[in-house]
Write a protein that binds this ligand. Structure first.
Ligand SMILES: C[S@@+](CC[C@H](N)C(=O)[O-])C[C@H]1O[C@@H](n2cnc3c(N)ncnc32)[C@H](O)[C@@H]1O
Length: 431
């Protein structure tokens, strides 16, 4: 496929907006499905919490409010994501739980190349003078005017950094940002993970041979519509990223800026729930696990727990990945089977487990044991409720959270999921 310019690639986003399916609707499909809201946004929030608290402590100490730049802001989704970061998951009594309250936010500036998305953002937030939106191409360097005050947090999300098809432009952007830091700033980079199971056919031992993938925006349609529209589907060139490649970009940007950009955290996001697992576009063995997890989190909807079971198919020659995914699959499936056994064993009339409750072997990995024990408490705690659909509305969402905790405990931040996220700091006072 011929290389597309950044402008040409914007057609993909415009089409998505025009389809109406890019807007908020059900939790089972679309851009804001349950996985996005209860897994992806929440995982990013919890991983960014520490850095945000540090930023806030510094800015409060200087009697300043926080300035945030969201690069590739789309319709200002980052504002919602960041606004939802909590001090911790609150207990039953607490009310004041948000970190980024209006009194500590100075400015949120959203930058995007796509005017349709910017207009959506303006329609949603244009009434708030603390939110400004500007069209700019971040492959041409940091969109910072020479007299513009620097920002505390430079944020990207959902694979936005993968729009840098050439590493030179990512290096330039990061170096521009680092150079403008006066004292301290945090940068979050979100790329597509090179070794996600959903595109196993693209795995390579030589990343230079396949830097970018031809990413077809087919996931927003249901299967039949997707096939009917195949010829018209929009494509993006997106950079696939592994941890060593990300480190290389950061090192080059540090050198270019003459200031250290220091990694604080790397994590794999959307493990086993990337959108293309459901489409099978790049892996014929993929199973629609995102659809199954979406169902777990959907109110009043009973999920067939077998839809969560999958059989990892290894790729010869990639033992380091095969071992990881095999382990993950065994842990994931075990938790699902165990929960199904608990549901069978629980007797709601007697309000206790009637049949045999399987034990939790001490040989199992700790995160798995913890999540199995949690599911036992959940089933025991609410299985007798009768009204309010305890399985659909409490037990299944809790299984969703338990699977999320499990994959996050086992992830390695190497690019083995849909998203590879790096959180970095630039500290001029501690170079
Ligand atoms: C994967 S979307 C993420 C959108 C949004 N941040 C979110 O969380 O849903 C990537 C965004 O980057 C924007 N984008 C792509 N290339 C760009 C460029 N060269 N300069 C500025 N924005 C760009 C797209 O228009 C799109 O809104």
């Amino acid at each position: 496929m011929a290389e597309l310019t950044s402008e040409e690639q914007m057609a993909a986003y415009s089409e998505a907006v025009a389809s109406g399916l890019y807007a908020k609707r059900t939790g089972l499909t679309g851009k804001y499905d349950n996985v996005r809201r209860y897994w992806e946004d929440e995982i990013t929030r919890s991983r960014l919490r520490g850095a945000l608290l540090k930023l806030l402590k510094r800015s409060k100490g200087l009697m300043r409010r926080l300035r945030i730049m969201d690069l590739g802001c789309g319709s200002a989704d980052g504002y919602e994501l960041l606004g939802g970061i909590r001090y911790r998951d609150p207990d039953l009594q607490g009310h004041e739980v948000d970190i980024l309250t209006p009194d500590v936010l100075g400015l949120y500036k959203g930058v995007d190349l796509n005017e349709d998305l910017l207009n959506q953002a303006r329609a949603l937030y244009g009434h708030n003078p603390k939110l400004v939106f500007e069209q700019a191409d971040f492959t041409q360097g940091a969109p910072l005017a020479s007299d513009e005050k620097p920002y505390d947090l430079y944020f990207t999300s959902f694979g936005t950094m993968s729009h840098h098809n050439r590493d030179a432009s990512a290096v330039r952007l990061l170096a521009d940002i680092a150079r403008r830091v006066e004292h301290y700033a945090v940068i979050m980079c979100d790329w597509l993970g090179r070794y996600s199971y959903e595109w196993q056919t693209l795995w390579t031992h030589d990343p230079k041979q396949r830097r970018n993938m031809d990413y077809v925006v087919s996931y927003i349609y249901e299967k039949e519509e997707r096939e009917a529209q195949r010829a018209e589907l929009q494509h993006l060139n997106l950079r696939l990223m592994s941890r060593p490649e990300a480190n290389d970009i950061i090192t080059r940007a540090s050198k270019r800026a003459g200031v250290t950009i220091r990694p604080l955290d790397f994590f794999d996001r959307s493990t086993l729930v990337g959108r293309h697992l459901d489409t099978q576009e790049y892996n014929p063995h993929a199973r629609p696990l995102r659809k199954a997890v979406n169902s777990l989190h959907e109110a009043n909807l009973r999920t067939d727990l077998h839809s969560l079971i999958f059989n990892y198919v290894p790729k010869p020659g990639f033992d380091f990945l095969n071992d990881y995914f095999e382990y993950l699959q065994m842990c994931w499936n075990r938790l699902v089977y165990y929960t199904a056994d608990l549901l069978t064993a629980y007797d709601p009339k007697d309000e206790r487990f009637g049949g045999d409750v399987p034990d939790i072997p001490a040989s199992y990995p700790e995160p798995l044991r913890d999540m199995m024990a949690r599911m036992r408490h959940v089933v025991e705690g609410v299985g007798w409720l009768h009204v309010g659909l305890p399985r659909e509305n409490i037990i299944e969402p809790q299984l969703g959270y338990a699977l999320r905790e499990l994959v996050m405990a086992l992830q390695q931040g190497q690019g083995s999921a849909h998203g590879l996220v790096g959180i970095f700091e630039v500290d001029r006072d501690d170079p």
